[in-house]
Structure formats: structure tokens, C-alpha cells
Design a protein around this ligand. Structure first.
Ligand code: PHB
Ligand code: FE
Length: 326
């Protein structure tokens, strides 16, 4: 491990969990909480919320733009380096000059977050699972759940089901139909290619595929066309992060219902509440942050434009913050 990637960790505390340092930030956990301290302040989060948030930040390699763990703590992805901040996008912290931000090479924060997530997750808890489908994150250290916290993210290079690409889901691949999607048809499409196109035409049943997802709030890339990524996901309970966009995102509600709170990305001021029902389409502007609430397991298509040029084009005003004017 190179010097920049070394993880600054202390010995285990009374509860069996190690402490971690990243620049001037210090992290510790006890039976119920994650404690975060920096030179001008400190913060506390319930450990279930903290683990669900850091799990997404790690698995998505800091995602697009800002991953707010809550209204205080979070990361900004600069695609090569990452800011870790406290209060940076919180008007009260900003005006009191109590906010704190440090920039790290991505491998350094990635390795520290990975180590902390693995050490602080007990054997019973899966941070990607719906709260009703996993055990407790609370209490003193009790084993680990490395397989769950290092789960590989599905990322098709062309499309799920294409030979050599991400495989379809079935009982035999270890993906049974979720309890909430028992009514989803499980047939695959008939494909009738013209001669010579037999191995060039592919199709799959996306609803069947999603009905067999074991995780929640974890968009996976199922199809790719240049920078256009289809990232559907199944949702239940609350999106564990508040996502601050650096580009427009489109949402297509494929089933059931999600309520979104949409806030100003920089201040957190409420901008809208959006209730999305099956078939609804929304374009989330690039200057907001959002968090979704799904009272029943639902299917959502997140459509991303992965062009690396977008954040600069938008920040410099060359591209608009909203994709459509009505
Ligand atoms: C988002 O921030 O746009 C997002 C993240 C995870 C999801 C859905 C939406 O599961
Ligand atoms: Fe988002």
C-alpha cells in the first residue's frame, strides 16, 4: 500500500471498534452512534444512517457531485480527488464560519472509508438491504459482513444479458424474487432476429430483473449508449444519502411511488416536494439536492449522462441547470 493510501486507524475502543483519522477529521463509533470531529466542531449520527450512507459513497466511488450523509457531513467528488466536509452546504454552519472542508486524493479517502465501513459493520447488518430485511447495526462489535459491504456493483459495458456482459438474474444465480414483487411476470421477451443477426440482437425483461434485486437504493448500470447510462434500482424506506447534483438526472418511476424532497444544493433551502407515481418522469436540475422516500418497494429508473465535461459546462454557464423549459 502506498503512503497516500495508508489508513490512519487507532486501536479498538471499549466497544471493539477502531477509530479513524482523515486529515483533521476524526471518526469513532460506539454502540449507537458515529461521532465525527474536526477542528471547529463535532457531529453525531445514528450508526445505521451513517453505515448506509458510507456504504453508498464507497460502492459508488463517491458518485456524481455531492454525497451528503445528512445536513452536515458529506463528500464532493472532483473525479481524482474528493472533498470531505462538515457544514459546507449548511447555511447555519457557513454563516457561523464553523464549516470545515479538506481535499484528499481519491485512493486515500476511499481506503479509509472502506476500512471504517468494514470494521464498523457487524455480522447481522447489511447496509444495502431494506431495514425490514436485515438485522441490527447496533451494539458492541460482533463479527463482520465483508461479503455484503464489498458487494460488486453491477455495471454493464453494453447491456445486461448480452453475451459476455452482466448476466441475467434467476433463482440459480442467487437472486430470488423479492417478497414485494411476487406479482411481477417472469417471462423473457421472444426474440426473432433475421438470419445472420442471431447473436447480435438481445432483449431482457427489466421488470423481472429488478424484481430480483437484493438491495435498495443502489442504481446499477444495465445499459450503456456512449455517455447515456440507464441505472434502474429498487427502493424501500429512505435514500440513505442526500444527493447534490453536478448534472441533470432524469427519473422514470417504473412502479409504485416515491416522494422526493428537493432542496437548494448549496443552502439546503427547501425547493420542492415531488410525488412520483408509476409512469411519471422528472428531470432533477443540476443545482439541487434530493432525497427519496419509498413507502413500498418500488422500481425507479435513474438516467445519467456520464460525460466528464458536464460539471464544468454547467458550472461555467455554458450548459443550463435544467434540461427543459416549459
Ligand atoms: C440519486 O441520487 O439520484 C439516486 C441515488 C440512489 C438511488 C436513486 C436515486 O437509488
Ligand atoms: Fe441524484
Amino acid at each position: 500500500m502506498s503512503k497516500t493510501e495508508s489508513v490512519a486507524t487507532g486501536t479498538a475502543n471499549d466497544f471493539g471498534y477502531r477509530t479513524y483519522e482523515l486529515g483533521e477529521f476524526a471518526f469513532s463509533r460506539d454502540e449507537f452512534f458515529a461521532h465525527i470531529a474536526w477542528p471547529t466542531g463535532s457531529h453525531v449520527m445514528s450508526i445505521d444512517d451513517f453505515l448506509r450512507a458510507i456504504q453508498r459513497d464507497v460502492a459508488w466511488d463517491f458518485f456524481y457531485g455531492i454525497v451528503n450523509f445528512d445536513a452536515v457531513l458529506g463528500t464532493v467528488n472532483h473525479y481524482g480527488t474528493v472533498d470531505l466536509f462538515a457544514g459546507r452546504f449548511n447555511e447555519a454552519y457557513r454563516s457561523a464560519e464553523l464549516d470545515h472542508l479538506e481535499n484528499f486524493e481519491t485512493p486515500q479517502i476511499r481506503e479509509t472509508f472502506k476500512a471504517m465501513l468494514d470494521d464498523w459493520t457487524n455480522s447481522a447488518f447489511d447496509p444495502f438491504a431494506s431495514p425490514v430485511e436485515t438485522g441490527t447495526p447496533f451494539g458492541a462489535k460482533e463479527g463482520s459482513n465483508t461479503d455484503a459491504v464489498t458487494r460488486r456493483r453491477v455495471a454493464a459495458s453494453r447491456m445486461v444479458g448480452v453475451p459476455g456482459d452482466e448476466e441475467l438474474r434467476s433463482d440459480t444465480t442467487g437472486h430470488p424474487v423479492n417478497r414485494m414483487f411476487a406479482d411481477v411476470p417472469q417471462d423473457e421477451p421472444d426474440i426473432e432476429p433475421e438470419p445472420a443477426f442471431e447473436d447480435r440482437v438481445c432483449a431482457f425483461n427489466l421488470f423481472k430483473y429488478l424484481s430480483r434485486s437484493q438491495v435498495t437504493w443502489n442504481p446499477s448500470v444495465v445499459s450503456v449508449c456512449k455517455d447515456s447510462l440507464y441505472c434502474p434500482t429498487t427502493e424501500e424506506y429512505i435514500l440513505p444519502i442526500i444527493h447534490g447534483n453536478d448534472r441533470v438526472e432524469w427519473f422514470v418511476q417504473l412502479s409504485d411511488q416515491i416522494e422526493w424532497t428537493v432542496e437548494d444544493r448549496d443552502t439546503g433551502k427547501l425547493r420542492a416536494r415531488v410525488v412520483m407515481k408509476p409512469g411519471d418522469v422528472a428531470a432533477m436540475p443540476s443545482d439541487i439536492r434530493h432525497q427519496g422516500y419509498s413507502p413500498k418497494r418500488s422500481m425507479l429508473l435513474v438516467w445519467e449522462n456520464a460525460s466528464p465535461e458536464l460539471p464544468d459546462l454547467i458550472a461555467s454557464g455554458k450548459a443550463p441547470t435544467n434540461p427543459v423549459d416549459f
